[in-house]
Design a binder for this molecule. Structure first.
Ligand SMILES: *Cc1c(COP(=O)(O)O)cnc(C)c1O
Length: 408
């Protein structure tokens, strides 16, 4: 991990617009001319570097963003897509076909879970869902048909941490591709540096950070990215989840402040997690020593970016959770909304929203309780003020009793 700083890697890239602009020009074309017919043929065959064919394949603006995200993750290459699911689904379909098997963490994003549980079986791809924190359980689920090991660095919504180095060893031993969704922990964790083969992000969340678009990226070897974009057999090329050039230019501009935002998200989340835990609330945050994976996570992170901005509080019942979220929204402490990585705090009850694809009995088994609220902590300037205001809401609803506050 020495001498690898993902934010410096992004900053060190130099792009100019065609008139010397400090931002690269935005490519505003779906198709591209060729000076010779031979060049067009070679480009179709994938033999031409630096030539553009058609914008579903790639565009100059998308390639700039690809390059920056590959630099961030320390992979050879990357391919941006129109959404996070638009990165996840082609990646998995490129790696697996009929008869193949995937071992996946059971605590993953609801859309990914639904894709693996309900959609890929139609194509003859089976998935075993396991507790990813138990490496022996993961290894025991591998069959001769297994091709992919799939997890999220920090899982949604329970904030379980995957031991990426341990999983990479298992993947190597069984000749599997380790695919890691790093959406919750950009900059904080660099999965490829820990042995992941492919790193995916939903750009919709922290990386774009302004909740104005969906977007995604697959970061991997040049060989894999070329296969995704292959005109004859590439899942990204053929399924067509292409990001628009105007949008990739705008995501790129937001990426440039990601390091500053991540530090503030992490600082604010740590502050609130420590205080609410002290107040006696059931608080899950990987930066707390009480978190089951705190020790291992500490060894995985690039420390200056902290433990991230995601935190959960369990307030007992769904009714209390709903009351609290409505009150906090009324006091302008944040918004009752799914998603994450916004400047404002966002909160939702995952059991009835982002994880509702997961059947109730499975939710219970994985510890996804009714009263759980998932917070994406915002960029609040004065987090002590936020804490006092949130605490006042909790006291008003008797989630926190006044004596527990007096003890603090
Ligand atoms: C939101 C999210 C996705 C899906 O991304 P979209 O941009 O909404 O398609 C995938 N994984 C994780 C962890 C997410 O939070």
């Amino acid at each position: 991990m020495k001498n690898f700083n993902p934010a410096d890697n992004i900053q060190d890239l130099q792009y100019f617009g065609e008139f010397g602009g400090v931002n690269p020009s935005i490519s505003d074309s779906s198709t591209y001319t060729f000076l010779s017919a031979k060049t067009m043929f070679d480009t179709f065959e994938g033999n031409m570097e630096g030539c553009y064919l058609y914008s579903r394949h790639s565009s100059p603006s998308n390639l700039y963003l690809d390059k920056a995200l590959a630099a961030m993750e320390g992979t050879e290459s990357a391919n941006v897509s129109a959404s996070g699911m638009g990165a996840i689904t082609p990646t998995l379909l490129q790696l697996c076909g009929t008869g193949d098997h995937i071992v996946s963490s059971r605590t993953i994003y609801g859309g990914t879970y639904a894709f693996l549980k309900n959609f890929t079986p139609r194509l003859g791809i089976k998935t075993s869902f396991v507790d990813i924190t138990k490496l022996d359980v993961v290894e025991a689920a591998i069959t001769p048909d297994t091709k992919v090991l799939y997890c999220e660095t920090v899982s949604n919504p329970l904030l379980e941490v995957a031991d990426i180095e341990g999983l990479a060893k298992i993947a190597k031993r069984h000749n599997l591709t380790l695919v890691v969704d790093n959406t919750f922990s950009p900059l904080s964790v660099s999965p490829a540096r820990l042995g992941a083969d492919i790193v995916i992000h939903s750009l919709t969340k922290y990386i774009n950070g302004s909740s104005d678009t969906v977007g995604g990226v697959t970061c991997a070897s040049q060989e894999f990215i070329d296969s995704l974009k292959n005109v004859n057999s590439g899942a990204s090329m053929l399924l067509g989840p292409t990001m628009d050039s105007l949008r990739s230019a705008s995501v790129m501009k937001n990426l440039r402040t990601l390091h500053i935002r991540m530090k503030q998200h992490s600082h604010n989340a740590m502050y609130l997690a420590q205080r609410f835990e002290k107040d006696g609330l059931k608080t899950v945050y990987p930066g707390l020593e009480s978190h089951p994976s705190h020790k291992i996570y500490k060894t995985m992170i690039n420390p200056e970016y902290g433990f991230g901005g995601m935190m959960t509080l369990d307030v007992g019942t769904l009714a209390k959770a709903n009351e609290l979220m409505e009150l906090m929204q009324a006091k302008n402490l944040g918004y009752l909304a799914v998603s994450l990585g916004f400047y404002k705090t966002l909160f939702s009850a995952p059991g009835t929203s982002t994880s509702s694809e997961i059947p109730m009995e499975e939710q219970i088994e994985m510890g996804l309780t009714d009263g759980l609220i998932r917070f994406s902590i915002g960029l609040d300037n004065d987090i002590e003020r936020t804490y006092q205001m949130m605490k006042a809401c909790m006291m008003e609803l008797e989630i926190l009793k006044s004596e527990s506050i007096l003890m603090v």
